[in-house]
Design a protein. Structure first.
Length: 142
């Protein structure tokens, strides 16, 4: 197996204001709510590469969760109306990982459809590189 250089596809934190409700809370609390939202957003860091997804959470105590791309079985993109207005979106990843069967990357400040496409291509390359084949047993004829 030849190791390929790992390329970063996305790195960053969720948007502090990811919905109209969060925007309304920020306005009604004269910015105090915004500070809480910023702290919450800064406590999560996403790093998506051509080989893995790493999610680090926590302000003082940190937790690291890593999913190798070859374990991904399905993706979906969520772009609710409010998030489209604010320029954010979510990517939901279903995996074969026992600890994280579903991983939600929320309020990403990027073109989530473009990121989805890059992630899909990188996943297929990683599966081919590792010679991984997934078989859908639900739809097999008896």
């Amino acid at each position: 197996m030849v190791d390929e250089k790992e390329e970063v596809l996305f790195e960053g934190t969720p948007a502090p204001i990811a919905s109209l409700g969060a925007l309304l809370i920020s306005i009604l609390t004269l910015g105090i709510g915004y500070l809480v939202l910023v702290l919450r957003a800064k406590s999560t860091h996403y790093r998506i590469t051509s080989q893995r997804i790493v999610v680090e959470t926590g302000l003082f105590s940190k937790q690291l969760n890593q999913i190798d791309l070859y374990r991904i079985v399905d993706y979906s993109v969520e772009r609710p109306f409010a998030q489209r207005l604010l320029g954010t979106g979510n990517v939901v990843v279903e995996t074969l990982d026992k600890t994280s069967p579903e991983l939600r990357l929320q309020a990403l400040k990027t073109d989530v459809v473009g990121l989805y496409e890059k992630l899909r291509v990188a996943t297929e390359k990683e599966k081919a590189r590792r010679n991984v084949r997934l078989v859908d047993m639900e739809h097999q004829p008896s």
